[in-house]
Design a protein around this ligand. Sequence first.
Ligand code: CDP
Length: 224
Amino acid sequence: MKKIIIAIDGPAGSGKTTTAKQLAEKLNYIYIDTGAMYRAVTLAWLNSRTELTDVSIQKILNTINIELKPSANGQITLLDGIDVSEKIRLSDVNKFVSPVSANENVRQHLVQMQRQLGVKKCCVMDGRDIGTIVFPDAELKIFLTASIGIRAKRRFLEEQQKGITDLSFDEIAEQIIERDKYDSSREISPLRKAEDAIEIDTSDLTLEQQIETIYQLSIKTINS
Ligand code: CDP
């Protein structure tokens, strides 16, 4: 059976993480949440209380240790050995993750890590630039989209459920719009659909339908 890399890119709240996690489980593939890596660097930078400069960021990158470990509900993120899976979803990180992710040193460092993590293939990786920069030769590339209303609703419900926000629906929608704008317009590795990616609009799909659609595409690619 062919071993493949499945790249799933798309804007905030398009369902990448949930889809990628469950798809990897169905295929018995490893799952790599690259957003969690950018979030962990952002948390480390926030903890350092330094200005966001190339020098300060490089210093942080030289000393931190980020690990993604499989767990019962998908994956946990460790920063210097400490489980930060919940902390990296908090509002402060949401606010600063796009500017930190636009930094060239950060991107170089994390892209190199991601390429290493995927070197054995059999992996589902989700993010913004997986199909364009990290693995431009990925055997299957998916670009997930959904209307802004739907994406904001999903994120609002998710954050309410986890009890990690006191932001209103409108504030969450605004945050998402701003992050999308930042991610799509940055100079290095902007969020965009790879030419050979399959675009799937999930606005009217249930989670099950969305996973099944990508699962079928994966099986077809694996058997091709
Ligand atoms: O889950 P959500 O779509 O809200 O975000 P995420 O996948 O956790 O990514 C958080 C942020 O990290 C994004 O808004 C990007 O700024 C950055 N990111 C990136 O630049 N490149 C990636 N491959 C993944 C995330």
